[in-house]
Design a protein around this ligand. Structure first.
Ligand code: CMP
Length: 138
C-alpha cells in the first residue's frame, strides 16, 4: 500500500475563496504536503487528465469546468492516504457527503465538487506524475 495520494482543489473552491481553509484542513488531518502548485488546465490537458471518463455523458461539462479557472494540484502523504483522503473529502455528490467532510462544507454540486481525490494507489502515482516532475516531489 502506498502512502501518497493526489488531489486538486477545483475551480469552484478556488473562485469561492476556500483554498486556504481546504489546505489547512489537509494539514490538520495529518497529511504532509509532498508537492503543491497553483495552475490552470487547458481544455486539452483537462481532457487528458479525465480521459477515463471520455464516454460518460458529463465528460464535456467536466472538461469545461476543470479548465474554467485556476486550481491547486497537490500530492499528499499519510499512512493509508488514498482511503483516508477519500473519507476526508466525502461522497462525490455533496448532497450525499457526510457532515464535516470537505465536499459537504465547500462543494457546490456534483459537477463542481470542490476537490478531487485519487481512487487507487496506481492512479495517485499517475495523477501526481501528470502535474509534478520527480524533482518537484519531496
Ligand atoms: P472527480 O472525483 O474529480 O472525478 C470525476 C468527476 O466527474 C467527479 O469528481 C465529478 O466532479 C464529476 N462527475 C461525476 N458524475 C458527474 C455527473 N453526473 N455530472 C457531472 N459531473 C460529474
Amino acid at each position: 500500500m502506498s502512502n501518497r495520494t493526489f488531489t486538486m482543489i477545483k475551480p469552484d473552491a478556488v473562485k469561492n475563496g476556500h483554498a486556504g481553509a481546504i489546505i489547512d484542513r489537509f494539514i490538520k488531518e495529518g497529511f504532509r504536503i509532498v508537492s503543491l502548485k497553483l495552475t490552470k488546465l487547458s481544455a486539452e490537458k483537462a481532457g487528458e487528465f479525465y480521459a477515463v471518463h471520455k464516454e460518460r455523458p458529463f465528460y464535456g461539462e467536466l472538461v469545461d469546468f476543470m479548465s474554467s479557472g485556476p486550481i491547486y494540484a497537490a500530492i499528499l502523504e499519510k499512512e493509508n492516504a488514498v482511503a483516508g483522503f477519500r473519507e476526508l473529502i466525502g461522497a462525490t455528490n455533496p448532497a450525499q457527503a457526510a457532515e464535516g467532510t470537505i465536499r459537504k462544507l465547500y462543494a457546490t454540486s456534483l459537477g463542481e465538487n470542490a476537490v478531487h481525490g485519487s481512487d487507487s494507489d496506481e492512479n495517485a502515482k499517475i495523477e501526481g506524475d501528470f502535474f509534478f516532475s520527480g524533482l518537484e516531489q519531496f
